[in-house]
Design a protein around this ligand. Structure first.
Ligand SMILES: Cc1cc2nc3c(=O)[nH]c(=O)nc-3n(C[C@H](O)[C@H](O)[C@H](O)COP(=O)(O)O)c2cc1C
Ligand code: SF4
Length: 688
């Protein structure tokens, strides 16, 4: 019998075997039968440096400031990471841990990994992650010149004494001895990670921190062997890589590298690709592609206007020059995008940052193909804003982030209590869902024809589409839940005569504040809601917007799309001062590009039919002519029903904008917390 590979039998067997292998990878078997994975590439295993990952979903390192002030890992932190491991991510990269405190520290709640005293907490963390089947890597970090003296108490250090233009603290140039000392501290930190039970370490060589400062020609002006040529600038990184590989060969060694700094004179792709070749040769197991520095502003943690997966080209280029696995990510939110990247072999793994803050179960839901159950991140960037303020990170849409041990609803209330929720905005919907989860019988009344409240308007301006996704997510959750919904149905207190619920939750939202300017009337001035709701369509007109907070500026952004010429008048010194910094910068750039005129520190004196008289910042009187005048003067609580209900019911609760006008985060949190509080009261009454 001829068994040469070309015979049909062997060829058929080979084909069969390859189909079988693909099937094992692409099908998941459960007791109910066999089902096809919707995202087979993303949920295929991969070997990194001898460690097998169950899938290619990587949790990006994100500093959340949950560590104790002394740098020890906290219980809160362990619970937060365990939730993401339980949620199915194949690899978890624990946030930037400082290898040299205090000089290299970035935040008060940052993990420190420069002494054996931290091993106990680090070990609990690694164990916790691994106990759910994920692999655990920890990021090793030194802030260099991006450290703030106010946090560290010492002058920052850097390759050269050049200040980062955003931090502004002038750093001290490191001596050769100090550079070698830092190199050894990175290697020692890898040793602590190994002892603590981590599968690997990631060197933070990105985002403008110390190693990146050495690599980047715009921050490294050294004349010695650590500066000048690319080989010299990469020397510190290579010495650390070689040192770790030699001392701890079993540790997976990952390097997070800026492929582009996006600053003038910074690291560019041609040099980064060369560094990737050096890294592979020196023994690195994995390259995690990133970009941007503090100075580049928007690129390392993007505002909402960036396209999903926009950075993928960088990883695709790296894959052309190395054979070791490559990670990409940044603005990857959907399983479709992650799958496409892997399937097209543009990268081997995909990291998710904010998407996993918004939903710890992202991987698990994507694996089941239940994409619609994923709670969408709205790219509000409140999380990174908290990080920069050195306070604990929370997530606008996910009230459980950072409170994983508090927000659990496994204990249901024992007797069937009832709650009526008045108002179907974010606070009302979240309260209804959480109450129902705890076991309450919930009825929701919404006076409008659809749920969503102010989310419906907030989703209209450019790049706010993800707010609509979040609204739709909440609505789908309500539909799937047992909450009974009454639309077009204002709640009346007379209903209490026939149906007296145990709890009455008022989430009746807010309404625009009527302006009090001299000359203002409803005929000569519209409000932001008139525009965003579509009641008025304005095209190609001269428009003056009074009020340059986020509402006014976003309305201006919306109106520029239909060729309107906009002027904003704001009494404070800055526009959109209430907004998160990255989205604000992005919005102001767009307004500037669209030619929006601005009068800040300016007050409205009087409104006419087509004129707005103002006193500008230099105390000059000016008359602005307008086809349309729009007031963006804020919102006030809509809480009349609460004041009346208090006299008729013993358990009435006010949440969301109806309580204090705030943002989505406050609304969601108050809805969730109220439910927890009422459930707690039910438990207590059972024990009494
Ligand atoms: C709150 C927060 C903290 C972050 N901390 C780190 C960090 O410690 N190390 C790091 O390399 N990147 C850090 N990043 C950047 C993320 O790893 C990621 O690259 C970025 O958020 C873009 O990805 P995303 O769109 O999936 O969020 C942080 C991002 C956020 C939002
Ligand atoms: S805070 Fe905002 S940007 Fe950050 S993860 Fe949550 S929704 Fe996304």
């Amino acid at each position: 019998m001829d068994l040469s590979p070309s015979t049909p039998l062997i060829a058929t067997l080979r084909e069969f075997a390859s189909v079988l292998v693909t099937s094992v990878v692409n099908f998941h078997v459960n007791l109910g039968g066999v089902f096809m994975l919707k995202y087979p590439a993303l949920f295929s295993p991969i070997n990194i440096g001898g460690v097998m990952l169950k899938n290619r979903v990587v949790m990006a390192p994100m500093a959340v400031n949950y560590a104790h002030l002394n740098g020890e890992v906290s219980e809160r932190q362990i619970a937060y990471y365990e939730a993401r491991a339980r949620g199915g991510a194949g690899l978890i990269i624990v946030e930037a841990a400082c290898i040299d405190a205090p000089a290299g520290r970035e935040g008060f709640g940052q993990i420190i990994i420069d002494h054996p005293r931290y091993l106990r907490g680090l070990n609990q963390l690694a164990d916790g992650i691994k106990s759910y089947g994920s692999k655990a890597i920890i990021q090793l970090f030194h802030a260099g010149r991006q450290a703030h003296t106010i946090i560290t108490g010492v002058q920052p250090v850097a390759p050269s004494a050049i200040a980062c233009s955003t931090v502004k603290d002038v750093p001290r140039e490191l001596s050769l001895t100090e550079i070698r000392d830092i190199r050894d501290k990175f290697i020692a930190a890898a040793g602590y990670a190994y002892m603590a039970g981590f599968d690997g370490v990631e060197l933070h060589a990105a985002h403008g921190y110390l190693i990146n400062q050495f690599l980047s020609p715009n921050s490294n002006m050294r004349q010695d062997e650590y500066g000048g040529s690319l080989e010299n600038r990469a020397r510190l990184l290579m010495e650390i890589v070689i040192g770790i590989k030699k001392s701890f060969p079993k540790l997976v060694l990952d390097v997070r590298l800026n492929i582009e700094d996006f600053v003038t004179g910074g690291l560019e792709m041609a040099e980064s690709l060369e560094i990737c070749r050096y890294l592979e040769e020196a023994g690195a197991d994995l390259i995690n592609c990133s970009c941007g520095t503090y100075e580049s502003g928007l690129t390392s943690i993007e505002p909402a206007s960036y396209n999903e997966g926009w950075r993928t080209y960088m990883a695709a280029a790296v894959k052309q020059v190395v054979k070791i696995p490559v990670i990409t990510g940044g603005m990857v939110k959907s399983p479709e995008m992650a799958e496409e990247i892997i399937e097209k072999q543009q990268a081997d793994m995909v990291f998710l940052g904010r998407a996993l803050l918004a939903d710890s179960d992202w991987a698990f839901k994507a694996e089941k193909g239940h994409d619609e159950e994923i709670r969408p991140c709205i790219i509000c960037n409140n999380c990174i804003e908290s990080n920069f303020k050195s306070i604990a990170v929370s997530c606008t849409v996910n009230p459980a982030t950072g409170r994983e041990r508090e927000v659990i609803k496994t204990a249901k209330i024992k007797k069937k209590s009832s709650a009526v929720v008045v108002g179907g905005g974010p606070a009302g919907m979240q309260a209804a869902l959480a109450l129902e989860d705890y076991g309450f019988e919930v009825e929701l009344f919404e006076q409008g024809e659809r749920l969503g409240g102010l989310l419906n308007l907030a989703a209209i301006p450019p790049h706010k589409e993800r707010i609509a996704l979040f609204r739709d997510y909440l609505i789908k959750c309500i539909r799937r839940s047992g909450v009974s919904v009454n639309l077009n149905h204002p709640y009346k207190l007379e209903y209490l005569k026939d149906q007296y619920p145990d709890h009455l939750v008022i989430a009746s939202g807010s309404r625009p504040i009527a302006p009090t300017f001299k000359g203002w009337n409803e005929n000569n001035c519209l409000q932001v809601d008139d525009i965003l709701s579509g009641r008025f369509n304005i095209e190609g007109q001269q428009v003056v917007i009074i009020g340059g907070g986020s509402n006014g500026c976003e309305t201006a952004d919306f109106l520029t799309q239909s060729a309107n010429r906009i002027t904003i008048v704001e009494k404070e010194q800055f526009l959109a001062a209430d907004m998160e910094k990255k989205n604000r910068r992005d919005l102001l750039n767009r307004l500037q590009a669209a030619g929006v005129k601005r009068y800040t520190s300016s007050n409205v004196v009087e409104i006419g039919n087509n004129t707005v008289n103002i006193t500008s910042s230099n105390s000059q009187q000016e008359v602005l002519v307008a086809d349309y005048i729009i007031a963006a003067t804020g919102y006030q609580p809509n809480n009349e029903i609460y004041l009346k209900a208090q006299k008729q019911h013993a358990s009435v609760h006010l949440i969301g904008d109806a309580f204090v006008v705030g943002g989505i985060r406050e609304a969601i949190r108050q809805g969730e917390n109220l439910a927890a509080m009422l459930a707690q009261r039910e438990y207590s009454s059972i024990w009494e």
